[in-house]
Write a protein that binds this ligand. Structure first.
Ligand SMILES: C[S@@+](CC[C@H](N)C(=O)[O-])C[C@H]1O[C@@H](n2cnc3c(N)ncnc32)[C@H](O)[C@@H]1O
Length: 368
């Protein structure tokens, strides 16, 4: 079963998210191949159309309908139904992750002409700027009836997009919740990615020891994961309570504690997923000394918190940390020190930042 995952702006992070997800779901990955922001995965089992909602870093998911070299592929396409609608007029796009793009584009034109369909090829006019600076194109209109894709070099895969992330509802939900704290909150999309990187399973317990107004908690609860949230700020805990009630989650599935996470007590959890304080929101690039002091404070805090909970948490620890721009470079925390002071091993270290952001994030995934 071959599927295409069109990844969001941080390819490295989204790729890690998708691969970890299938590993956790025990849907074996037989093979995968990355071209630009297209990740083609050969999976042992079928996936549901709604799977796109499980990810924070996936734009669209497609299913491969035919594959083969440039000679074989056209013969294979002749045997399959390409248009599933009932009107005899359609607009379509062709996502491009292949050198075989033009051959397929011409094939589609010819095929629709033969089938007497008034088919209009539309260009991808929307765009995403990837973290590495490259721009990739996406559909910008919702007047598209079919989205096809072509992927691969020697072996070409052709398929159809089966679902697309509904960013509009995701953002609407985030904006409408009663308690918001824009400057400190993490986006629901990044929260989903961190949750997936933690390998947490449904019904397990996730601990967020710096829960703020509860973005990570609510994204986990939506997935059927139980949560414990801790924050030393009473207002933040009250904000979390209001937000989780607004979502109408079953209150037996969450616990909120107003305490300092370097000494708070919990009965047990499976994973930690959190965004601690990343230091001040800086408007100007700081001197190296200030950046180093911020990082040192961060390291000391995260070590105290991990050590406080490590006896009670069986699985992974996923956290963001400050990634501070000084001149053209960025400084990150001393992960070797964090790892050696807590007894964990590093699984992933992935940067997440925007070009003009002074304090970006370095994301760490630690395991025992
Ligand atoms: C970056 S914010 C977390 C934002 C959160 N992810 C959200 O979406 O609202 C960090 C939070 O950590 C809390 N905090 C800082 N030090 C703490 C500590 N030692 N124990 C518990 N909470 C702490 C702060 O009060 C703040 O709410």
């Amino acid at each position: 079963m071959k599927y295409l995952f069109v990844l969001g702006r941080n390819i490295e992070l989204s790729k890690a998210e998708v691969l970890t997800y299938f590993e956790k779901e025990k849907n074996r990955i037989l093979n995968y191949n990355l071209i630009k922001n297209g990740l083609l995965i050969d999976l042992e089992n079928e996936i549901s159309q709604k799977i796109v909602d499980s990810f924070g870093g996936v734009v669209s998911v497609g299913k491969v309908l035919a594959f083969g070299n440039s000679k074989e592929i056209q013969k294979k396409l002749d045997k399959i139904n390409l248009y599933s609608g009932t009107k005899n007029k359609l607009n379509y796009v062709l996502w491009n992750f292949s050198e075989g793009y033009e051959t397929i584009q011409n094939y589609l034109k010819e095929r629709f002409r033969e089938e007497k369909l008034k088919a209009t090829f539309k260009h991808l006019t929307g765009s995403i700027k990837l973290q590495d600076g490259e721009t990739v194109f996406i559909p910008s209109s919702n007047l598209i009836d079919e989205e096809y894709f072509v992927f691969g070099k020697k072996e070409i895969s052709f398929g159809k997009i089966i679902s697309t992330c509904d960013y509009v509802s995701l953002e609407k939900r985030d904006m409408e919740k009663p308690f918001r704290r824009e400057s400190l909150a993490i986006s629901p999309r990044l929260a989903k990615i961190l949750i997936n990187l933690s390998y947490v399973k449904n019904d397990e317990i996730l601990l967020d020891p710096f829960c703020g107004v509860g973005t990570i908690l609510s994204e986990a609860l939506i997935r059927g994961i139980k949560v414990i949230g801790i924050d030393k700020d009473k207002n933040a805990v009250n904000g979390s309570i209001e937000n989780l009630r607004w979502f109408k989650f079953n209150s037996q599935n969450y616990e909120l504690i107003n305490d300092d996470s370097s000494r708070a007590k919990i009965s047990g959890a499976n994973v930690i997923v959190t965004e601690p304080d990343l230091g001040e929101t800086l408007k100007k690039i700081p001197p190296r000394k200030i950046a180093e002091e911020t990082l040192l404070r961060f390291e000391n805090l995260i070590v105290r918190v991990i050590n406080n909970f490590k006896g009670k948490v069986s699985g992974r620890v996923v956290f963001t940390s400050p990634y501070i721009r000084i001149g053209k470079k960025r400084l990150k925390c001393n992960i070797e020190k964090i790892v050696s002071s807590t007894g964990y091993k590093m699984i992933y270290e992935i940067p997440e930042y925007r070009e003009n952001q002074i304090v970006g994030r370095m994301i760490y995934v630690l395991g025992k």
